[in-house]
Design a protein around this ligand. Structure first.
Ligand code: ATP
Length: 877
């Protein structure tokens, strides 16, 4: 029951988010909702254009009592309309047939004088008649090619065009207008001149059509509707594709999921919102269609239209979800969206030409086509259009959704009626959504995480058994050499098979993460063992690529561990049900701000508060409290897109603290903040750690020094040292840092600078570690007070001769510790990989030395030497 309440509340939070975003993106929301009006307006204009082009909609007048029309001879061309037209052309027979004279005798050409000027064309060669009609189209109304005559047979060969003539919407049949009259003339002439030899002989023919009622054929329903309505209904599809992939690209789902959002709530809210938009869109489309008085919308039942448009929209939501599961970038989604749009148009032409849903179509192809919803939709639109194409048609009533085809069996295919299509649309929506959901799980997500293809068959997925954590045999772990790391490891390992220690909030038990890099395994986190206590801030430091974020990603459920495990308040992170419990007690500030640009700071906190399960009456109070904590009061109602980098980080910190989580992960929380705000956020973190465990990663040594109760430094995936700041400094800092200044313009070659370096070399055996125009810095190992005192006396006495203006002494900093550890790890890696570098000795001899080797070495020429390794700006040796 609790689970259902949580899901309902999470869905309501995300729906609230969607509605606020829709309100804020009002231009695109307006476009999205009212695109139907735009399309209907386009259809209207197009319809008006067609009417103007054809002077009227195709109409057939009422003919209750048809009257026969007499045909007297070949009709004249209408020279104004048909330029260069010739009514009658006479071409003699080829040479192997009767001669021209015989032909003339047999059937003379209709005397030119009886035809209007220029309308009789006599050509000596039939081939040239063909040539003329080929190049100039149907120039001739009728051609009499050849005629034969013998004692008892007279034959005539006629040729005429078969295409109908359309003049401003008036259609003329070539058979009625030309062929029959020409036959009449030919027969009359034969009878008159050959058999009867009677100049006055006449023959009369009349043509009579069938009686029929009057009707108007609409160009919209008959021709335009399916194409335009398909385009109109496909429009939201491209937007849906874009929206679903954009949230994926921002990794919003992963963060929301790590904050406790259930996947079911996320998908449900997306589908509900899209369904609502599809319903609204379809409703307005039908309304606008009715307002513009299109018969398709007026005569078909409102319910039939609304359900057909909505259900089609629903099936396209499923398709968008399915295709979206293959994509990672919003730009790709737009391209794929338009590609589907284009394919739908190709299907449109195939379907309106009658394949495969036509009465003579291929039955086997019908279901195949139906799996692509636009083809079924074109069929529906064609039916809805055909059944309202004339003003006599009544359209489809709701009760006829399945049966209208049986009422008009000659018009449509009953297997794919509008009603049957609804079931198809719903079926396709469910099918595509389920396959999309499956692919979402088995294809790599934004973090590169994917589940096994049979994941839903494993009992662990349904929370019945603990997941078996496999170890990775290819994973060879180098044993740590650091005493503190070894001691920590031993202490955590000692209770690996027991319950967690009471005071520990997190126990990391050999977490491992392996990625593929260039086809080879790359071990990003190499099985560290350590614990973080309650009420403690653990600062996790390390150079870029050390594995800090990957460790946090495993602890927060973004990434399942390749091997190993970690417990958060006794719940395993390596198991879905354990992770679900972990998600209830953690807060996260990820490395990159994952915020909705168009939501205000307050709205963010309200949504996260609901997702975290805060009681409805405390949500607003909780949001305001966190806003105050990070000093965003003045910007609380400003959208996050207008925030500076520092303000966004502060909002991310506030989000991580919402709901008072017991464990908070802060991944570089103060990046991009000015010193004043950074110090303020430190105060927030300091206050926050009082009753909870905080894991902080940072590149600011000052931050780690000030906030960290315990510090761990990782490098190359391994934990290199662990302990308090003082402990680390004393063990790895090298004791003291002495900084000497000889004025504002120091250079390496100044004689007194060289002398000062010589003094340090002689007394402490150390080299300068950092040199600027104003100071030389030396790290001096722990030494007895007497040596230190005499060295300072020596410096003091040489102050004038060496131009010394300032000397500073401090304990070595955490930064020194960090640099030492980073250098050490570089050396270890270089040694393990057997990389060499060429070193030029003072004698000029060039010797290849194993990178990182600091042993005393002897060159081939017998010179004994020792190499000291430093690191460049990128941390390389
Ligand atoms: N999804 C991934 N696929 C492949 N390699 C990855 C992936 N995520 C991280 N890595 C690699 O793992 C190593 C550790 O990365 P990680 O982000 O954990 O380092 P980090 O210590 O957080 O560094 P930074 O301080 O720069 O954030 C890096 O070499 C990184 O390139």
């Amino acid at each position: 029951m609790d689970g259902l309440v949580t899901i309902a509340r999470q869905i309501s939070a995300l729906t609230y988010k969607n509605l606020v975003l829709a309100k804020r993106n009002y231009t695109s929301t307006f476009l999205r909702i009212f695109a139907s009006l735009f399309f209907i307006l386009l259809i209207y204009l197009c319809n008006e254009g067609i009417k103007a082009r054809f002077s009227q909609e195709s109409s057939v007048k009422d003919v209750p009592d048809p009257v026969p029309t007499e045909k007297h001879g070949i009709p004249d061309c209408i020279p104004k309309v048909e330029k260069g037209c010739v009514t009658f052309s006479y071409a003699p027979a080829p040479n192997n047939e009767l001669s021209v004279y015989q032909l003339e005798g047999c059937l003379p050409c209709v005397p030119v004088s009886q035809l209007p000027d220029g309308q009789c064309d006599i050509d000596s060669n039939p081939a040239s008649v063909f040539a003329v009609s080929l190049t100039r189209g149907t120039r001739y109304r009728v051609v009499r090619h050849a005629a034969r005559c013998s004692e008892c047979t007279r034959s005539v060969q006629l040729q005429n065009g078969t295409s109908a003539d359309v003049v401003r919407g008036e259609w003329t049949s070539p058979y009625m207008e030309y062929t029959v009259p020409m036959q009449l003339v030919a027969h009359r002439e034969i009878a008159k001149n050959v058999f009867l030899k009677d100049e006055n002989f006449k023959v009369q023919i009349a043509i009579q059509e069938f009686a029929h009622p009057a009707f108007v054929v609409s160009t919209f329903e008959g021709q335009i509707a399916p194409l335009f309505l398909l385009a109109c209904s496909m429009f939201p599809f491209v937007i849906q594709m874009n929206e679903i992939v954009a949230e994926k690209e921002l990794k919003l789902r992963q963060v929301l999921s790590a904050m406790g959002l259930k996947d079911f709530s996320y998908w449900m809210s997306w589908h509900l919102f899209q369904s609502f938009m599809a319903l609204l869109y379809s409703f307005l489309l039908v309304l606008f269609g009715m307002a513009f008085q299109f018969r398709l919308f007026l005569k078909n039942d409102f319910g039939i239209l609304l359900i057909t448009f909505w259900m089609f929209g629903q099936s396209m939501i499923g398709l968008a979800f399915l295709l979206g599961s293959f994509l990672r970038r919003a730009a790709q989604a737009v391209t794929v969206g338009f590609a589907v749009f284009l394919i739908a148009f190709i299907f449109y032409f195939v379907v309106v030409f009658g394949f495969p849903y036509g009465l003579g179509g291929d039955r086997a192809a019908e279901p195949l086509f139906s799996f692509f919803p636009p083809s079924l939709f074109v069929k529906n639109l064609a039916d809805l259009g055909a059944l309202t194409a004339t003003d006599k048609d009544l359209g489809i009533r709701f009760s006829e959704a399945y049966s209208y085809c049986t009422i008009n069996p000659n018009q449509c295919n009953p297997s794919y009626s509008v009603g049957t299509s609804w079931s198809w649309y719903i079926g396709l929506y469910v099918l595509y959504s389920l396959v999309g959901l499956y692919l979402e799980n088995v294809l790599p997500d934004a973090m590169g995480v994917k589940k096994a293809p049979w994941y839903f068959l494993t009992p662990a997925y349904w929370g019945f058994t603990e997941a078996h954590i496999h170890d990775d045999p290819t994973f060879v772990i180098e044993e740590s050499t650091d005493e503190d790391v070894l001691a920590e490891e031993a202490s955590v390992k000692a209770r690996a098979n027991e319950e967690m220690k009471e005071e520990a909030a997190i126990e990391i038990r050999g977490l491992k993460q392996t990625f593929k890099r260039g086809g080879k395994p790359f071990h990003a986190v190499k099985a560290p063992w350590f614990a973080v206590a309650k009420n403690q801030l653990f600062a996790l430091l390390g150079p870029n690529g050390a594995g800090k974020t990957t460790t946090i990603n495993m602890l927060t459920g973004f990434l399942p561990p390749t091997a190993g495990n970690a417990l958060v308040f006794g719940n395993t992170v390596a198991h879905p049900s354990g992770m679900n419990r972990v998600k209830r007690v953690i807060g996260i500030c990820p490395q990159f701000d994952i915020l909705w640009e168009r939501l205000t700071a307050r709205e963010h906190l309200i949504i996260f508060a609901i997702i975290k399960g805060i009681k409805p009456d405390s949500v607003y109070h909780e949001a305001d409290k966190r806003i105050e904590e990070v000093r965003l009061n003045d910007a609380a109602n400003q959208i996050a897109g207008s925030f500076s980098g520092g303000m966004k980080r502060r909002l991310s910190v506030a989000v991580s603290l919402i709901g008072n989580p017991s464990v908070v992960y802060l991944d570089e929380p103060t990046t991009g903040m000015d010193p004043i705000n950074r110090r303020h956020v430190w105060d927030v973190i300091e206050a926050a750690k009082q009753d909870r465990c905080v894991v902080l990663t940072t590149h600011s040594m000052e931050e780690a020094d000030i906030l960290g109760d315990r510090i761990g430094i990782m490098a190359k995936g391994r934990l290199r040292c662990i302990g308090s700041s003082v402990r680390l400094k004393s063990r790895f800092g090298g004791g003291y840092r002495i900084s000497v200044s000889c004025g504002d313009n120091m250079t390496k070659s100044l004689p007194h600078c060289i002398k000062i370096k010589e003094m340090f070399r002689k007394t402490f055996k150390v080299e300068v570690v950092e040199e600027s125009k104003t100071y030389m810095h030396f790290n001096v190992p722990n030494t007895d007070d007497a040596t230190l005192q005499s060295f300072f006396e020596q410096l003091e006495s040489s102050r004038e001769s060496l131009c010394i203006v300032d000397v500073q002494l401090s304990m070595s900093t955490l930064e020194d510790v960090f640099l030492n550890i980073a250098k050490q790890s570089e050396k270890e890696e270089a040694l393990s990989m057997n990389r060499t570098a060429n070193v030029t000795l003072k004698t000029g001899e060039v010797v290849g030395v194993l990178l990182g080797n600091e042993d005393e070495l002897v060159s081939p020429a017998g010179v004994t030497f020792k190499v000291k390794w430093g690191t460049d700006e990128d941390g390389n040796l």
